[in-house]
Design a protein around this ligand. Structure first.
Ligand code: TRP
Length: 441
């Protein structure tokens, strides 16, 4: 079959480390370093973390495995994958939804990524140093509400992303994530060493690790599930697209587990860098989205070595955002290459131009930003996740599933557990979240 297909010379990840770097690069993003700490902060810390980790294990890993499997089996990105695996059915619409979601997420994601560029630049020229907390908040509001500046920053960010994606899977995505992810790890460890050596750091650790279950309610649980999906880049075909570049001999189960562990670890390390500092300086951890952009610069100002740590912190955010944006852009580029028969370079240009246009709308109109944000996180991702597990659980056929799970030549002992989860548990849990997000539950 593959002989007849035009894309037999498919670009692949060349090594196991390359697969992990790219997939962890996708998963570890603003979701881990910006969103996780403030959402955990707003939802009680330790108890939220525990529920979040529970969801990663029970739903996140199986769903990631599901996506990887679809992509690798089909050897096509998400839209083509459904067409090949379920020809003549409406399933390919799910793939199309993934592409649309990728467009929406990347357009507002690049706007936030643009702020991180601005922050890295301010940190570099020591621009926070003489500012009071109030002035820092005004700076943040100024950056977010300005009109043209965020557009320009978003533009730069997308061009950088496009530069990497257009160089290909092996020579672009793999090459850069293999350099950037180790750097990210080093930075976050340095930040941890600094934060944990502050006087009063323990209170932050207690907040993060000591669960207080009295704060848990339905909303917190659902928030934790949404965060788990977003953080693992699930529900719209990023992992399916990356899966299509993984060689047959690699174990998908191992990949899904390693990526999920790495992603959770980075979220926890981000929390361990931020909360000790927040508590040491007597600040409210439930500060919301401004936690990283308003609270932290104020803290860095008061900290010995603050200039250096502010700089590497915002550099960390830029790297995290970049490697995630790469994966989002790749979904649409792969789609254009396969469906419109464009060369990779041309497909990247088309996708990037379209993305810049949408990003412009997000940067310029808050309403568009909020709409894209909420429709993708609350509707498209859970719906996509649901349809993906239903597809593999009920339509793909057990033999295909087993084949993909055991492609590395080892018996997948977890086969029945996996099938049970994706047939029953995952669809049920995701449906509940979905209905809640729509306000129906
Ligand atoms: N996971 C990334 C983060 O934590 C964001 C992201 C990249 C994403 N690709 C995605 C989210 C696909 C949902 C779907 O920041």
């Amino acid at each position: 079959m593959s002989g007849k297909h035009k894309y037999t010379k498919r670009d692949n990840f060349s090594s196991k480390f390359g697969v992990i770097a790219a997939a962890v690069g996708s998963a570890v993003g603003l979701g881990n370093i910006w969103r996780f700490p403030y959402v955990a902060g707003e939802n009680g810390g330790g108890a939220f973390l525990l529920i979040y980790l529970g969801f990663i294990i029970v739903l996140g890993i199986p769903l990631m495995l599901t996506e990887l499997m679809i992509g690798r089996k089909a050897q096509l990105s998400i839209f083509g994958a459904f067409r090949r695996l379920a020809p003549g059915t409406p399933w390919s619409l799910v793939g199309l939804m993934g592409v649309v979601a990728a467009f929406m997420i990347l357009s507002f994601y690049s706007v936030v990524a643009g702020w991180t560029l601005e922050y890295a630049y301010i940190a570099l020229r020591n621009g926070f140093a003489d500012k009071s907390p109030l002035e820092i908040r005004e700076m943040y509001n100024g950056i977010v509400e300005a009109k043209w500046k965020p557009v320009i920053l978003m533009f730069f960010f997308l061009i950088t992303t496009a530069f990497i994606v257009r160089s290909g899977v092996k020579n672009g995505i793999e090459r850069y994530t293999k350099m950037l992810m180790p750097l990210l790890l080093v930075i976050i460890i340095l930040l941890n060493i600094r934060a944990l050596s502050l006087d009063g750091a323990t209170a932050g650790l207690v907040f993060l690790f000591n669960p207080d279950f009295t704060v848990i309610n339905k909303d917190v649980v659902l928030e934790a599930l949404g965060q788990a999906f977003f953080s693992l880049s699930l529900g719209m075909g990023v992992m399916a697209t990356y899966g299509s570049y993984i060689k047959k001999g690699e174990s998908l189960g191992q990949t899904a587990i390693s990526v999920s562990i790495a992603d959770s670890l980075i979220a926890i390390l981000a929390g361990m860098a931020i909360f000790p500092a927040v508590f040491a300086f007597g600040i409210d951890p439930g500060d919301g989205p401004g936690l990283v952009f308003v609270t932290l610069p104020g803290i860095f100002n008061q900290m010995a070595g603050g200039y250096f740590f502010a700089l590497i912190f915002f550099l960390l955010l830029v790297i995290a955002a970049l490697t995630s944006a790469i994966s989002l852009l790749e979904v649409t580029v792969a789609y254009f290459v396969e469906e419109l028969r464009l060369t990779r370079k041309r497909a990247t240009t088309v996708a990037t131009v379209a993305m810049i246009a949408l990003g412009f709308l997000c940067a310029f109109y808050d309403g568009v930003f909020d709409f894209f944000d909420s429709i993708s996180a609350n509707v498209l991702l859970p719906l996509g996740g649901l349809l993906l597990v239903v597809f593999v659980g009920w339509f793909l056929g057990r033999e295909v599933v087993r084949q993909e799970l055991e492609a590395d030549g080892k018996v997948a002992k977890y086969f029945y557990v996996f099938v049970f989860v994706i047939k029953f548990i995952a669809p049920f849990a995701i449906t509940i979240v979905f209905l809640h997000n729509l306000g129906l539950l």
